[in-house]
Design a protein around this ligand. Structure first.
Ligand code: PNS
Length: 163
């Protein structure tokens, strides 16, 4: 029996956006299972703690039965191997993403030859969207409901209450 085609979608997801969700949903059509993996990064001061980000993603992917959400630390390829993944999923929004993504994909290939990086071209309506843009808008009290899943919009409103 062959193992199910499993992909790991690694990232910071601080917080998950509709662009991420779009990539996850499309990844689910390519792979039997997708693990959304939140990196524990001691070098970054996030808006949401890892456990909060995991819960926010879980809340946002409830309609997708073949998605698991997890947290990991260390190298992405080590985690992906432990989970038996065949591929890493990453979204590509614009040419500006390409250089770093290509570097990461090549580096990961030197570390794990058998693991493929699969790039999903971000849907046009989300090509401008990033977690940092969302954080900035929310911090200054702007609307984010069109940019993030509903549960994330609620969490952002709680994090940045209007005076
Ligand atoms: O959402 P992000 O911040 O763009 O995700 C970046 C991430 C987590 C995929 C990348 O930083 C990563 O894989 N970090 C883990 C450390 C690692 O594996 N480094 C080697 C690859 S360059």
């Amino acid at each position: 029996m062959t193992a199910p085609a499993l992909a790991v979608y690694p990232g910071s997801f601080d917080p998950i956006t509709l662009g991420h969700l779009d990539a996850i949903a499309r990844g689910c059509r390519l792979f039997e299972r997708v693990i959304v993996a939140v990196l524990r990064n001691p070098n970054k001061t996030p808006l949401f703690a890892v456990a909060e980000r995991v819960e926010l993603i879980r809340g946002a992917v409830q309609h997708l039965p073949n998605v698991e959400v997890d947290a990991f630390e260390g190298l992405t390829v080590t985690y992906a191997r432990q989970r038996g993944a065949r591929a890493l999923l990453r979204g590509l929004r614009a040419v500006s993403d390409f250089e770093l993504e290509l570097q990461m994909a090549h580096t990961n290939k030197t570390l794990a030859e058998d693991l493929e990086t699969v790039f999903l071209v971000t849907s046009t309506e989300y090509s401008f969207l990033s977690s940092s843009v969302v954080r900035e808008i929310a911090r200054f009290g702007g609307p984010v409901a069109h940019l993030v899943p509903a549960n994330v919009a609620i969490a952002l409103a709680q994090r940045f209450p209007k005076a």
